[in-house]
Design a protein around this ligand. Sequence first.
Ligand code: FMN
Length: 268
Amino acid sequence: MKNIDKITLAHSFHLNTRLSKERLINWESIEAKNENINNNYETDFYFLREYSLKTDDSIINENIIEAVENRKSLDKPTVRPLQDFELLSNLLFYSYGKRNKYQKRPVPSAGSKYPIDLYVYIFNVKDIEKGLYYYNTEKNTLQLVKVGDFRESLMNAFTQPELLQRSPFVVISVANFMRTCAKYGDRGYKLVYLDLGHISQNFYLLSSSMKLGCRAIFGFFDEKLNHMLSLGEDQDVVLSHVFGEEAQFMENILNLKRSDVLQEDNNE
Ligand SMILES: Cc1cc2nc3c(=O)[nH]c(=O)nc-3n(C[C@H](O)[C@H](O)[C@H](O)COP(=O)(O)O)c2cc1C
């Protein structure tokens, strides 16, 4: 940021939320001031039906190195494939679900605030109807919030609608900024996005280990998407992930790892 000669909003925010010895912030007093903020981690709303996730470890390749090696963004999705509910269940639970009685999660979170909630648009998944769902991590269920095929309206909320056209499901990450900012003040804004990055990488690695395509997409019209999800004032869509099946490229057909292909490029 040093070379920026014009003070932008981002630069100004960046500087003003720096921590230094001279400007040590008393987190406890910020938290005490905000004690009336709803710290309830699960969004409390009316839902129509509830589906318990059905995880199936056998479809996950356990080799972490391979998952990392093969990670890439979904590029050319093939014709809308029907996905198994187990695959979607694995993706949600192993990326963000609560593990055990200690409520441990697969991602760290600043202050254990877990400000991100996940919503899922389902278009083409076995054993579950089309609609908008909320992932309730407390119960490990998908709660049906709105029934219907929302593909057209969802596509209209994105700058690259073609990426969503063939996706069997799309996961929308929603931030509840005050969960984190109630404790860390404005500096908490930075933390929410760091939390989000951890979840996103889990989506990528889990997808990679189940031979599923995944692409993070930030090109959406915020207000339109917020409205579709009926979000509250403190909430905002912060990222979306589109999933699907990659068209078979030469490297897949030849069963090459991504690093093998990049290595060849480098040698040119
Ligand atoms: C936070 C974030 C936002 C992104 N937003 C978009 C997007 O709006 N549209 C898109 O086509 N790709 C998007 N991507 C994917 C990147 O373009 C992609 O990761 C990059 O080209 C590197 O390719 P790779 O992931 O296959 O290694 C996004 C990635 C991240 C991490």
